[in-house]
Design a protein around this ligand. Structure first.
Ligand code: FAD
Length: 513
């Protein structure tokens, strides 16, 4: 059932078994896990069924570190940011879960084997199943092309699947509306998670609508699922009993904010024979109605040997290279030199594979565009706090101080070099690196709208906000769903993993409620 909180009598009390705060991918998935069972679920969503500027404005805040769009990187209505996510889906790599002595603050309380059973159902939810993320032979057979097998020992191929992309509100909303045991409270902003004395348990949620109504939701168990930035903000705002915010007894809530730094324009690549760089390496290909693209990732062996952080590189076709340096009149001198040097290689190599087109002689090669997303070191100074400004509900706005460390930058530079080596060694083409030793960030770096780490998971309450079950340390009945619990973030897009974690949490709660 859908309920518009603005239409309820003022000061209505809604009672439930589980209260889920936030109707994005995490909250919707948790609620669906209980559909048509005896357990009553109340899903509380700040927005409605459509975007609304007044609701969205509640997401504005201050960015005081690396420039970051706080409203532009998330959406506040049913479905959350899945209403404009790109659908890139891949699990974390096994090494991402490990405590690595070269990555400060690294390590999950468990290994990938704990999430392994949940990735296939998570893949079904984002409509990419059956997924083959690392199955080279499968993709070779499915595409009928010979796929490159990295030879330097530094890189490996992985396969990114693309969700439709699934818009969680539109796709799963009707199912929630029909479920006899689920109430979806719309236009309902949770403004406070109210706790008992000493904040040992949650007593109820205070709800406010933008139209001025106040309500309460009371449940046995509460799950906070408002996204990787807002989860921290809501805990910090819930400070009536715990002055520094709920779960913040060790000053950890909001710290360790991580993004996947995205960088483009760090190299120019030219490839002679597109057969050496098959379609799946340079664009999405559809196999059995599913879109997939190959990515280059550092091998686990190289990450260990080089004491490096994880990264993902993807390519796209950028244009034709005529061989005279004139394809791009804006070319830098260095790029023209690279193309000149590559000319010999290209002439020998192309060997008439690419026939002359109607527009004239065959190109000597092709220019590729490249992008990368990499892992950042968990950094306690990269953090979410509260600003002094207030939003339309009277709540302190979010303040984000996103910071990166030199270790992450050096690691990325090393991977870019490895990629160029691999490219040459495989005989795919030639690459001109445009990475100065310094200055590739923060100026040139963007985030990917991936918000992670602000309520990190750790068995020790002094080192994490939630325990291995995603329960807030010290609070009996409050859990967190979403990428804010990631202690490290690897280089894979986060949604598939946060869904796997949510399904695991649902199993845990089924045993509790
Ligand atoms: C442009 C863009 C592209 C992206 N592309 C990808 C991609 O390709 N692959 C990938 O893996 N990820 C991608 N992401 C990230 C992905 O969208 C998020 O990982 C995912 O949406 C997080 O789900 P969530 O449920 O944790 O949080 P959200 O999606 O943020 O949902 C949180 C929900 O909580 C509600 N809410 C917030 N505050 C309150 C409150 N106080 N009370 C009640 N409700 C509240 C919000 O309205 C929202 O519906 C992208 C994001 C963006 C913005």
């Amino acid at each position: 059932m859908f309920i518009d909180a603005r239409a309820l009598d003022d000061r209505t009390l809604v009672e439930s078994d589980i209260a889920v705060i936030g109707g994005g991918p995490a909250g919707i998935t948790l609620a669906r896990s209980f559909a048509n069972r005896a357990t009553r679920v109340c899903l509380i969503e700040a927005g409605g069924l459509e975007p609304d500027p007044a609701s969205q404005a509640l997401y504005q805040g201050e960015s005081i570190g690396i420039e970051y769009p706080l409203s532009g990187s998330r959406l506040r209505w049913l479905g959350g940011s899945s209403n404009h996510w790109g659908g890139y889906s891949r699990p974390l790599d096994p090494i991402d879960f490990e405590e690595r002595d070269w990555v400060p603050h690294s390590g999950w309380p468990f290994g990938i084997e704990e999430l392994a059973p949940y990735y296939p159902p998570a893949s079904e939810i984002v409509e990419i199943a059956p997924a083959h993320f690392a199955d080279h032979a499968y993709w070779q057979k499915a595409t009928g092309e010979v796929l490159p097998v990295p030879v330097t020992g530094r890189m490996q191929m992985r396969y990114v699947h693309f969700s439709a992309p699934t818009r969680f509100g539109a796709r799963y909303g009707p199912e929630l509306e029909r479920a006899s045991n689920i109430s979806v409270l719309l236009h309902a902003n949770v403004v406070n998670i109210a706790a008992s004395a000493e904040a040992r348990s949650i007593t109820h949620l205070d709800i406010q609508t933008l139209s001025g109504r106040h309500h309460q939701v009371r449940a046995k168990v509460y799950v906070l699922a408002t996204g990787g930035l807002e989860n921290a903000r809501v805990l910090l705002l819930s400070n009536d009993v715990a002055p520094s915010g709920l779960g913040n007894q060790n000053d950890l809530v909001g710290r360790y904010f991580m993004e996947h730094p995205h960088l483009g324009g760090f190299a120019e690549a030219v490839v002679a024979d597109l057969k050496r760089f098959p379609k799946i390496c340079r664009e999405r290909v559809a196999v059995k109605g599913r879109a997939v693209q190959a990515a280059f990732n550092p091998s686990e062996h190289f990450l260990r040997e080089g004491r490096l952080l994880n990264a993902t590189f993807m390519f796209g076709l950028a244009g034709k290279y005529a061989g005279n340096g004139e394809s791009d009149p804006e070319s830098s001198v260095a790029k023209r030199d690279m193309l000149k040097a590559a000319r010999h290689f290209l002439t020998n190599d192309n060997d008439g594979h690419e026939p002359a087109g109607a527009e004239g002689p065959a190109p000597l090669g092709y220019l590729l565009g490249m992008g990368c997303a990499c892992e950042q070191v968990p950094n306690p100074d990269s953090r979410v706090t509260l600003a002094d400004d207030r939003d339309a509900l009277g709540l302190r706005r979010i303040r984000l101080d996103w910071r990166l460390t030199e270790q992450s930058r050096r690691s990325l530079v090393e991977h870019i070099r490895s990629l160029a080596m691999e490219f040459g060694a495989l005989g795919i083409g030639r690459m001109l690196l445009q990475v100065a030793e310094d200055g590739i960030w923060p100026e040139n770096v963007n985030g990917g709208s991936h918000h992670m780490g602000t309520t990190r998971m750790h068995d020790d309450p002094k080192l994490g906000v939630v325990d291995r079950d995603a329960r807030v340390h010290g609070v009996d009945n409050l859990y967190i769903a979403g990428s804010s619990v990631f202690p490290t973030c690897g280089a894979a897009n986060p949604t598939l993993t946060l869904l796997a974690l949510t399904l695991r949490l649902a199993d845990h709660l089924r045993a509790q409620v």
